[in-house]
Design a protein around this ligand. Structure first.
Ligand code: AP5
Ligand code: MG
Length: 215
């Protein structure tokens, strides 16, 4: 059983590492951003509400996010543990998560904090391409697909996220610094945070994570 949280600014590589971690450790990958994007695609009420905030690079209100994340954690597949990617993002969300887990006699086992400098984040996000069918993530600079615009994994079409424009990316980084960074202190006090250099190569970083979590 392994309850993990990935913490880090937009573009730190949370999704990229998450895909590898959940494959190796056979735990579910829970990305609140992915849940919202799925709802936007399907045109649900939740999607409509979330989109207003996401397109501006603002956080979706805690009252919406917490319920959705905890409902997801309540599903059966999370009995073996989970990997949270992009949640919690505020102290209020972290407190709600802790209270939920404490109720079950559990806790967050490890928080992997991935640190990357702003200039690198801008470059990574404006170059990101995502598969519209399976969600696999590429980068036109560092991690291009074999064939331009086509997913290596499923052959799906690659697209650019609506919030990956230079202007919105800059705001997302600001929002991270003001609203999410305080979580570093929060987990520092809890004693379960590990700091990692997210600017190294993604294979190298994954090897570091495996060293930390064990084979
Ligand atoms: P979300 O989808 O969570 O986005 P984010 O946190 O901004 O993070 P990203 O997905 O942009 O980056 P990532 O760290 O996953 O990087 P990736 O691996 O793709 O949230 C989106 C929005 O939803 C939020 O703005 C908010 O509005 C809302 N939301 C979601 N959760 C919420 C919550 N809890 N509360 C409130 N609102 C919420 O990598 C990025 C690029 O870099 C890729 O191109 C990749 O190929 C490349 N790359 C990755 N690793 C490396 C490496 N080591 N070296 C070189 N390139 C690399
Ligand atoms: Mg992501």
């Amino acid at each position: 059983m392994m309850n993990l949280v990935l913490l880090g600014p937009p573009g730190a590589g949370k999704g990229t590492q998450a895909a590898r971690i959940v494959e190796k450790y056979a735990i579910p990958h829970i990305s609140t951003g992915d849940i919202f994007r799925k709802n936007i695609k399907e045109g649900t009420e939740l999607g409509k509400k979330a989109q207003e905030y996401m397109n501006k690079g603002e956080l979706v209100p805690d009252s919406l996010v917490i319920e959705i994340a905890l409902d997801r954690l309540n599903e059966d597949d999370c009995k073996v543990g989970f990997l949270l990617d992009g949640f919690p993002r505020t102290v209020e969300q972290a407190e709600a998560l802790d209270a939920y887990l404490a109720d079950k006699g559990q806790q967050v086992d490890k928080v992997l904090d991935m640190d990357v400098k702003k200039e690198i984040l801008m470059e990574r996000l404006t170059g990101r391409r995502v598969c519209k069918d399976c969600g696999a993530t590429y980068n036109v600079v560092g991690m291009p697909p074999k064939k331009e615009g086509v997913c290596d994994v499923c052959g799906g079409e690659l697209y650019q996220r609506a919030d990956d424009t230079a202007e919105t990316v800059a705001n997302r980084i600001e929002v991270y610094n003001s609203q999410t960074k305080p979580l570093i202190d929060y987990y520092e006090k809890a004693g379960n945070i590990v700091h990692m250099d997210g600017s190294i190569g993604y294979e190298e970083l994954f090897a570091e994570i495996v060293k930390l979590l064990g084979e």
